[in-house]
Design a protein around this ligand. Sequence first.
Ligand code: ARG
Length: 463
Amino acid sequence: MSDDPGGSAVRRDRFSGGPARGFLSSLADDARIFEADLAVDRAHVVMLAEQGIVEPGVAGEILGALDEVESAGHEALPAGEDVHEAIETAVIERVGEEGGRMHTARSRNDEVAACLRWRLREDLLDAAETTVRLREVLAGVAAEHTETVMPGYTHLQPAQPVSLAQHLLAYAQMFMRDHERCADALKRVQVSPLGAGALAGTTFPVEPKFSASQVGFPESFANSMDAVSDRDFAAEALFTAALAAMHLSRLCEEIILWANPGFGFVTLPDAFATGSSIMPQKKNPDAAEIMRGKTGRVYGNLVSLLTTLKGLPLTYNRDLQEDKEPFFDSDRTMRACLSIMAAMLGELEFETEAMREALSEGFLNATELADYLVARGMPFREAHHAAGQAVALAEARDVELDELSLSDLQKIAEEIEDDVFDALDYETAVSRRNAPGGTGPRSVVAQLDAVGAWLAKNGGQNA
Ligand code: ARG
């Protein structure tokens, strides 16, 4: 690829020079859509030949030249304002002036929109696949911990005991929704704009549905002006990425908290942590922190595109060239984050003893006492009050609820009997919550079965 983006054979007339050449050119960024442009060119040329718009012999020569351009690679492209122009120049260099027929009945406006959609389809399919991998890892770890109890939090205050499996499976749900969002966004990505021309359609007898099928899209555009200016599909994909980044960031935050000695719930694998240059005792959760930090740029990319779009009159405006960097950046960032998270999760060491011990602080079984009283006929509000009194008493004595004596408890509520101590047991508290979606082991196993069935349907490797 020449360093000089201007002066191409195709547009030598108007873009031969000037101080803005570098500024105008997207050729370097367009490396990511090099493959897409070749696919779009081929689809268009085949359609032109099928429709008798270009002689089959010329079409064949152009297709041969495109193969050569592909083998030479993006780096070998001649100068050009963008990849579309540079590839066209490269084709003309090989075929001669007849190569210029490739651009019959189209414009770079429908062409670039098609390229972006092509690239995005590939990237969304990859992203969807990585969410499958992430669910698989989460389910694998969760399956080992259906009976590992730990504190569940609200307001980051100890609330009720839960299983580690339940906690991890909550994230598995989030990544399933991310997968669904990728699939849903894909529906609106796979609409071909080929045939829309610059903005008004074309006088040539094109067959947009055929062009669409050639690029593997099930649909083609309905309105030429919308086709060349629509970037909703890219904004949706960036939103999908932003939401997935938010899920990853929350999980990172958990890992960071859990790795803090105050929690001590996980030991970080060395490969995902670093030491401090001056404090020998430190093991910092850098991978999780960097990933949490990356969320900002992924949100930023969405806002960047939305802002680029907000003031644009129909139809194509050159501002749209700015759609690429945010999209490429979010794609690159999310690829890295999703795969690092899958790798890190698989290697986290869960400190189940510390989780169990943490239950003894914060009266996480107070709800059990209230439920126990309700089961014995007390109205819930009253039961809640009685359990509160028991907590206050235990707090005053610096003991846990189940360390109060039966007679102390009976002074608070006469309904209480000896079996209360079973009810206050943390494992019992978790194991009793088997209603659908709850943290009980039977419910968690049912959730795991559902995840397993989903993985089998969506290409999980170990499903
Ligand atoms: N590089 C341009 C872009 O990314 C391609 C389309 C140029 N079209 C035009 N009419 N100048 O949007």
